[in-house]
Every structure is written in structure tokens, then in C-alpha cells.
Design a protein. Structure first.
Length: 171
């Protein structure tokens, strides 16, 4: 009787175990498919947002270039001190306006952008200290243009190239 019971029990155990293994494999493969599907959907949603963030960061870096910022901020009758304050204030505003973009780029890229901002402000401050505060704004602008020409690779250019290289990895 025990022998008959075991003869019946063994096939049942084999069938149950086989069914369990098949179901386990099926559930795992369906889960993997779902993960891939969700990942693809996330990429199609996130990639355009990330690309837009890189575009905004490139624009930020271009707008922080001393030549660009001088052209946007210099006015007739302005003193060197007024231009200096306007330049530094504009760089800070541009940066603050784009703070949220750090969510979509690497920490290394964001640190390079912060460093570029700091070195640009420091260069403007240094150049402004060479000019009398009451001097015409054109004197400060001329010195800044000359400094930019003499600087072969600035922090802004390095950050810009890094960001462009990083953005190219999206494709």
C-alpha cells in the first residue's frame, strides 16, 4: 500500500514541480519584458527632455561669454562700475534661471558649468579692478575683449565642449 501510494505520489510531485518551474520561468520572462517596455517608454519620454536641457545649458554657456554679455548689457553713458555690476548680475541671473537643468545632465558637467561661471565672474571682477569705477563702460568692455582674445581655452569653452560631448552620447 505504501508502495502504491509512493508510485502515485512521485508522478504528482514531478508534474507539480515541472508546472511550478514552467510558471516561474514564464512569470520571470514576462517581468523582464515589462521592465524593458517600461525602460523604452521612459527613454522616449526622458530623452527629449534631456536633450532640451543640454540645449539650454549650451545657450547658458554661450550667453555667459564676456563678448556676448557685454553686447547685451552695455549702454551709452554707462560707467565701468555700472557695466561691471550689470555683467555679474546677468551671469548670475542666467545661471539661476537654469538651475533645474542639473537634473538632466551629469554631476561632472554641472560642476564644470559652475566652475565656468565662477571663473568668468572672477575674470570680470579682476578686469574691473584695473579700471576706475567712474571710467566709461567702453574702457572695461575693451579690456574684457582683450582678455578674452588672449585666453585660448577658457573654463566656458571647456565646459561647452564637455556638455556637447555628453549630449552626443544620447544618440
Amino acid at each position: 500500500m505504501l508502495r502504491d501510494f509512493l508510485l502515485l505520489l512521485i508522478p504528482v510531485i514531478v508534474v507539480v514541480l515541472g508546472s511550478w518551474l514552467v510558471m516561474r520561468y514564464y512569470v520571470k520572462s514576462e517581468k523582464d519584458k515589462l521592465v524593458v517596455k517600461i525602460g523604452l517608454k521612459n527613454k522616449t519620454l526622458i530623452t527629449p527632455v534631456r536633450l532640451q536641457a543640454y540645449e539650454r545649458i549650451v545657450l547658458l554657456l554661450e550667453r555667459m561669454e564676456p563678448t556676448q554679455i557685454i553686447i547685451r548689457n552695455i549702454t551709452l553713458g554707462q560707467t565701468a562700475s555700472q557695466l561691471h555690476q550689470s555683467l555679474v548680475g546677468n551671469i548670475r541671473e542666467e545661471f539661476d534661471h537654469n538651475l533645474s537643468q542639473q537634473l538632466y545632465i551629469s554631476s561632472q558637467a554641472w560642476n564644470m558649468i559652475k566652475h565656468a561661471r565662477e571663473t568668468t565672474i572672477a575674470a570680470i571682477n579682476d578686469t574691473a579692478s584695473k579700471v576706475s569705477p567712474d571710467a566709461p563702460a567702453s574702457d572695461l568692455a575693451q579690456l574684457l575683449f582683450e582678455d578674452e582674445i588672449q585666453t585660448e581655452i577658457s573654463g566656458l569653452n571647456q565646459a561647452l565642449e564637455f556638455v556637447k560631448d555628453e549630449a552626443r552620447l544620447l544618440f
